[in-house]
Design a protein around this ligand. Sequence first.
Ligand code: CUA
Length: 335
Amino acid sequence: MRNLNAGFEGQFTPGLLADAWHGEHSALQPAGNAATEIAALFWAMAVGAAVIWLLMVALGAYAFRTHQGLHPPRLPWFIIGGGMAVPSVVLAVLLGFGLSAMPRLVGPAPQGALRVHVTGEQWWWRVSYETPTSPEAERIERIELANEIHLPVDRPVEFVLDSADVIHSFWIPSLAGKVDTFPGRTTRLVVTPTSEGVYQGVCAEFCGGSHAWMEFTVVVESAKAFDTWLTSQAAPAVATPDEASTRGQTLFRQQGCGACHTVRGHVARSRVGPDLTHIGGRHSIAAGRLPNGHEALIRWLRDPKGLKPEGLMPSFAMLPEDDLAALATYLHALK
Ligand code: CUA
């Protein structure tokens, strides 16, 4: 339901889904070169369809108001003109317009494009950056993150897409069109973001029970802010010295969270679930399911299956309230 609506609205804040986190996502308010082409195509199609519709309504009205036998001399021209010429011309113009946009939408990545790898998984997005992106960041080769993508404004980016399980579809409505992700096959999407902002990305292909909870955040920012962000993301997690965080970190280890998650610098190195090294700095948790925050983390730890049906994340509802709070404090401090 949400994905059907996604392209046609700005901020999406329905009552039922109010606790989900959303950035901007409107295909009709483009913030990237590809989305601009697609929006132009949409308006051309809409105008073309409106012209044909008006003509049909006019012809219908004419037919109703004219007595039988009054219009035979002009009938052949109605059929040739209205039935053949007008549809052919309108459809040919729209086809030409659509095809003319293709080279700009599916061309190869230009030199100097940033490359970001994204893997769709049930039901989240594994993101990794190929660097260097700046002289200071030369040592970084590939860092792995989850469910949040930052991009520098006005620089082309090539997304290299694949899937770990079933077919998903990678879609940032404000920036570009959809591209499906397949297990065992790589697809690509090239786009240049043109406006700074926070945008919502979604999975646009039904992929199982929690398909509707497979979102991600895209932050388009200045090149300087992007470099700063990427450098901080490449750094290992910093331990927060306060008591609750320390206890949370111990609980994280004792409860076996590291069997699925990575917190770089804090022992855990598993790649089954999302990387949590800097989870505290993300806009949302659980792939857009909840806005990030201490309370949200507790809710998630207590009832992941209720929030995201069929997900792999086990429930920690058996832990006492203050243990859950300590875990949430630890995770939220991982900025
Ligand atoms: Cu992944 Cu729908």
